[in-house]
Write a protein that binds this ligand. Structure first.
Ligand code: NAD
Length: 308
């Protein structure tokens, strides 16, 4: 079979051994959908308690190390905090030191990075994986924990298009797939989406705080915006659900959103676009991270904006 013919054969549960690294807020429901859809899945998380809990709850196998996972898998999905962690998990520390995937993965295997990683870093990682014969696709997601649990995420795919088609059946149980372009394009689309989302949440937060000072009830303003042209995903799906009731439990950390803004502005700079609003949004979220903490829920940015 030629390389092109191999790429064209769609993957099936009968032919694939799937590894999944990072079973946190998003990874756990995502990997559980693969198991429900009949894929043979082995998971790994540096928090061994999460690995044990996952296997007890959802089935599948748990790997004791990244090297073991690399040896037993022909495709590995990563769902980790950021591209630096992905790089370390794939290639190891300085000079390849420590436990990692690439040393034990066979030629012809594939890594699909579903984390929100640096688009520029993803292109660099893809080049480094050419020598060991490992292919890289980026497939970050949008839709939050709710979308991960429902299997309705938007999945933005970058990399070789034929390879992406071949892996479509594996990604299908997790959500809708959008092929975006060459390697890193999925990651670029994802962080640009989060820039728009972060700016929308902050703008709505400021509007609610101003409205309250003016004597308008917060929920009333949100109801009005949701019936008007200012509505966005945050006014429709975050204010009543996580913010005005002070639950702040969306499952997406403030530090991760600030990280996505850094990456979006990294892409803007690489493309020589000034992105003034983007840089102002990044400064605001960085200040919120310093004040409220990176581990706080991202909806807690309103605490930095003023009194709700
Ligand atoms: P999380 O912190 O809940 O999960 C990350 C997991 O990775 C944790 O279980 C952690 O123990 C594990 N981990 C960290 N370092 C590791 C290592 N070296 N080896 C193995 N495992 C390691 O984060 P999350 O909310 O699930 O987000 C994961 C990614 O998805 C991030 O890039 C985030 O930006 C993105 N994302 C999150 C959301 C959301 O709503 N939470 C939505 C879309 C995209």
């Amino acid at each position: 079979m030629t390389q092109a013919e191999k790429k064209a054969v769609a993957l099936s549960p009968a032919t694939a051994k799937v590894g999944f690294v990072g079973i946190g807020n998003m990874g756990e429901p995502m990997a559980s959908h693969l198991i429900k859809a009949g894929w043979i899945v082995q998971v790994y998380d540096s928090d061994t308690g999460k690995t044990r809990k996952f296997v007890a709850t959802h089935g599948g196998g748990g790997a004791a190390s990244l090297a073991e996972l690399g040896r037993h898998s022909n495709v590995i999905i990563t769902m980790l905090p950021d591209g630096h962690v992905v790089r370390q998990v794939v290639l190891g520390g300085t000079g390849g030191a420590g436990d990692c995937l690439a040393k034990s993965m066979a030629q012809g295997t594939v890594i699909i990075d579903m984390s929100s990683s640096s688009p520029v870093g993803t292109r660099a990682l893809g080049k480094e994986l050419v020598a060991p014969g490992i292919s890289l696709l980026d497939a970050p997601v949008s839709g939050g924990v709710k979308g991960a649990v429902a299997g309705s995420l938007a999945i933005m795919i970058g990399g070789d298009e034929e390879l992406a088609k071949r892996f479509d059946p594996l990604l299908a149980p997790m959500g809708r797939r959008f092929y975006v372009g060459s390697l890193g394009s999925g990651h670029a689309a994802k962080v640009l989406n989060n820039y728009v989302s972060a700016a929308g949440l902050a703008a709505a937060g400021e509007a609610v705080i101003i409205a309250r000072r003016f004597g308008i009830d917060a929920q009333t303003l949100i109801n009005v915006i949701n019936a008007s042209t200012g509505r966005n995903n945050s006014t429709e799906n975050k204010f009543a659900q996580f913010i005005l009731n002070k639950k702040f439990n969306s499952g997406f950390a403030l530090g991760l959103m600030a990280k996505d803004l850094v990456l979006a502005m990294e892409v803007a700079e690489a493309c020589a676009v000034p992105a003034e609003l983007g840089h102002a949004t990044l400064r605001l979220w960085k200040a919120a991270e310093a004040e409220v903490g990176g581990k706080a829920d991202h909806t807690e940015i309103v605490k930095h904006l003023g009194d709700l």
